[in-house]
Design a protein around this ligand. Structure first.
Ligand code: 2PG
Ligand code: MG
Length: 415
């Protein structure tokens, strides 16, 4: 694939956007450097690979230096080959020795070094087609759940999704307009804004329907002003409010406890009432059946699996077989390597699932997922809304759109 051989691998501890420790990897191939880190989740899925080994980042660094480095120095800059070696070295099915975050950082750093050695942008290095589709940005406007503290909503993310715009830059601008408009509306209504959560979304002590009403109003106003078509969505991260003992979803602020059947009805009711374009993890991560039922009973809405699928090929195959959802979150560190994440995206695409390449709540300042989304021709990219680490990815897509020039066309979401 490439003539450059890896000459050195370095690992160090850095910090992510939450101030938590993270690993950074340098892959050096004689004259080029590929440097990358990995994000971390707060509302992680049960079926994700382990993010770090026992002993955390310190142990991961030791493992890279003592075990990984001697095995990959001398190998060509070939991501697939390196990913294979990482699996061979780790031997576990959940990357428990190396950590999925470490594996992803090595995989990505190899790809960056490969792109640098050829002097091409990362998206074109990773791309297996010559399509020039730019994804729509899914933005987080009001946030609660595990990404916020203080007076907050029960649901983790109230989202805005542009579904028709001429360019990426105008779609991103509309999202930021909605974020600002929501703050203005909240101020007018005298609602206290507690601050911003991990992804820049407003943290507010609102009940679910109150938050959706404000978001709907903001979206229709910004849509009228900009001409960008906007839908609203939710990441319910339902596993985080599911009580396994009691078998209920607990909505503290809404003061409700809802059983599985009731949750299905509630989700469908919200989808109809607020014309939701996107619902992520509406039920907990083991309920393929409830996912299928919601998918069958809604139309013109993307029903997306994050904790349900965890970017895992076997789980997305099961989802496809059971018609659970019609969209899938692609978070490479959930599965550990670029090769595995790419395979999940490919299988999903063949089954007409919409791929949503996604950031994590704890992020690096890197912008590689913007390239990955374009390379995988994912119609949507989930990026939060504000903060340097979120902006890095949004701004990179503006640059990619510029590089693609006249060839650039916005992806089709199908809703
Ligand atoms: C999610 C993500 C990102 P986390 O649930 O989709 O918004 O959160 O990274 O905490 O899993
Ligand atoms: Mg999610």
């Amino acid at each position: 694939m490439d003539n450059s051989q890896i000459t050195q691998v370095k690992a160090r501890k850095i910090f992510d956007s939450r101030g938590k420790e993270a690993i950074e990897i340098d892959v050096i191939a004689s004259h080029v450097l590929g440097r990358s880190s990995s994000p971390s989740g707060a509302s992680t899925g049960r079926w994700e690979v382990r993010s770090y080994p026992n002993g955390g980042v310190k142990e991961a660094i030791r493992f890279v230096e003592d075990v990984v480095s001697p095995k990959i120095v001398g190998i060509e800059l070939d991501v697939k080959q390196i990913d294979l070696v990482l699996h061979e070295i780790d031997k576990s099915t959940d990357f428990s020795r190396l950590g999925g975050n470490t594996a992803y950082a090595i995989s990505l750093a190899t790809a960056i070094a490969g792109a640098n050695s050829r002097g091409v942008p990362l998206f074109s290095y990773l791309s297996e087609s010559n399509q020039s589709e730019v994804p729509y940005p899914l933005g987080n406007v009001i946030g609660g759940g595990m990404h916020a503290r203080g007076g907050k909503t029960d649901i983790q993310e109230f989202l805005v999704l542009p579904t028709k715009s001429e360019t990426f830059v105008s779609a991103a601008e509309a999202n930021m307009g909605v974020h600002r408009k929501v703050a203005n509306l909240l101020e007018k209504k005298g609602v206290d804004v507690s601050g911003r959560g991990d992804e820049g979304a407003w943290v507010v002590p609102l009940e679910t329907e109150q938050a959706l009403e404000i978001l709907s109003e903001a979206c229709s106003r910004v849509s009228d002003e900009t001409g960008v078509k906007l839908r609203i969505g939710l990441d319910m991260a339902a596993s985080t409010i599911w009580d396994e003992q009691e078998k209920v979803y607990i909505y503290q602020r809404d003061k409700r406890k809802i059983h599985e059947d009731g949750q299905i009805d509630f989700v469908i009711e919200l989808a109809n009432k607020f014309h939701l374009g996107y619902i992520e993890d509406p039920v907990h991560e083991e309920s393929f059946e409830a996912f299928s039922e919601i998918t069958a009973k809604t139309s013109n809405t993307l029903i997306c699996g994050d904790d349900l699928f965890t970017t895992n090929v076997e789980r997305i195959k099961r989802g496809i077989a059971e018609k659970a959802g019609n969209a899938v979150i692609i978070k490479p560190n959930q599965i550990g390597t670029l090769t595995d994440a790419t395979q999940t995206a490919k299988i999903s695409k063949q089954a007409n699932y919409i791929s949503v390449v996604s950031h994590r709540s704890g992020e690096s300042c890197g912008s590689e997922i913007s390239h990955l989304a374009v390379a995988l021709t994912a119609p949507i990219i989930k990026l939060g809304i504000l903060g340097g680490e979120r902006m890095a990815k949004i701004n990179e897509l503006i640059r990619i759109e510029e590089i693609l020039g006249e060839e650039a066309k916005m992806a089709k979401i199908g809703i």
